[in-house]
Design a protein around this ligand. Sequence first.
Ligand code: NAD
Ligand code: ZN
Length: 367
Amino acid sequence: MMDTLYVQTQDSTYPIYIGIQIYPQLPSLLEKNGVTPERKLMMITDSNIAPHYAHRVRNILQSAGYEVGLSVVPAGESSKNLQQVGQLIGECLRFGMDRKSVILALGGGVIGDLAGFVAASYMRGIDFIQLPTTLLAHDSSVGGKVGVNHPLAKNYIGAFHQPLMVVFEMDVLTSLPERELYSGFAEVIKHGLIWDRSFAEWLMNASDSLLHREPEQLQQAIYRGCQIKASVVSQDEKELGLRAILNFGHTIGHALESVSQYRVYTHGEAIAIGMAGAIRLSQRYYGYSFDRVNWTEELIRAYRLPVKYHYPCSIDDLLFAMQRDKKVKSGEYTFVLAKEIGKVELVRGIPEKEIQEVIAQIRGVGS
Ligand SMILES: NC(=O)c1ccc[n+]([C@@H]2O[C@H](COP(=O)([O-])OP(=O)(O)OC[C@H]3O[C@@H](n4cnc5c(N)ncnc54)[C@H](O)[C@@H]3O)[C@@H](O)[C@H]2O)c1
Ligand SMILES: [Zn+2]
């Protein structure tokens, strides 16, 4: 069973194939998208994923006549750097990659961003294909943002480079560590909260089966999540306006990640807490009933995600981090707020006092 979703970008359209046991169809999907066996493939993956899937995928492709190189980088965010880019480019050169060669990014958001950036830079840009292996990657594989970190700033070196196609195999999610699975749901929930109330309600009802990784349900959740992200980015590919709504929960979330030096919370956990903050701020701004806050927090908690932080930092530390965030313009606090569940807007000039009060509310006791 396979779903196909088309993502429209300025210059082209690319497919996302989502399904259960679809890797055996990789050769035919490649052919269909113009990747014939004369084109060399370089698979880039990480040290956790390689033992599970690298050889399986490589064998499938080699049996169909493809020449497939393999580069394995150490697992983790620390591989997303320029030095690693240089090493991977070296491996592409040694493997004899040319303008027609293709990079396969087999992994989560780290590999997607890193391998995608290598593809964007190698010979000024070659094709790449995403084979996502984390739930979070449903988010990172749509939108074409690729890049690496600078020691002074996360995600500051990058490009827009759309993949040729994305093949999302549900089976690979069985080996995903629990904490990574839960974290991935934060972005799925976000897509419901910003765009589609009935999807958010469906997520509330489907939490048991999704947490049990029932593949049909996962496929449905990923399909809708990708579709929502695709609708947003296709209307605003270069982040000039609408795309900012994808930052729902990210203003506080990013501040929390940065204050805790990216060591305490996964991105999803920080965003979960950030969404709890954002819905509280929204409740104050629009003056609706507190039920909506409770409902949202219940949804977040249903996916074993936190709605409060315990990291020992002051409210001012968080405010300071928010001001430094590249998305805060000219010292004004700008937030994506929820007018209702499923509808959000960008609100500028929120008073600092309101934010301080909300941060105090999402601070867990005992911190
Ligand atoms: N480009 C974008 O639009 C975008 C959007 C969101 C996030 N990101 C980036 O994504 C990154 C986070 O991505 P992530 O959460 O997928 O992290 P990740 O790629 O590091 O994966 C998380 C962990 O799970 C392991 N893993 C992955 N798949 C596995 C599997 N199937 N089985 C067993 N282990 C597996 C990895 O080795 C890693 O240790 C960040 O660098 C973030 O900046 C990019
Ligand atoms: Zn995010």
